[in-house]
Unconditional design. Structure first.
Length: 64
């Protein structure tokens, strides 16, 4: 990253946030075949899975 850049400037974080705020994959601002586009799309796709796995429910408790 360049001087003054923050983590939220990264394509990965931008892609995650785009998914969380209801944007589409087609809204990716990076050009085809670039590393930035790959990172943005990876994060966008992974954000779809956030919160669905690993969260225990009341039925998951093992009796003592």
């Amino acid at each position: 990253m360049s001087d003054g850049a923050t983590a939220s400037d990264s394509p990965f974080i931008q892609g995650r946030n785009a998914r969380l705020y209801g944007k589409t994959r087609e809204s990716c601002p990076y050009g085809e075949g670039t590393d930035d586009r790959a990172a943005w799309l990876q994060a966008f796709d992974e954000a779809a899975d956030d919160g669905r796995e690993g969260t225990p429910t009341a039925g998951d408790a093992t009796p003592a």
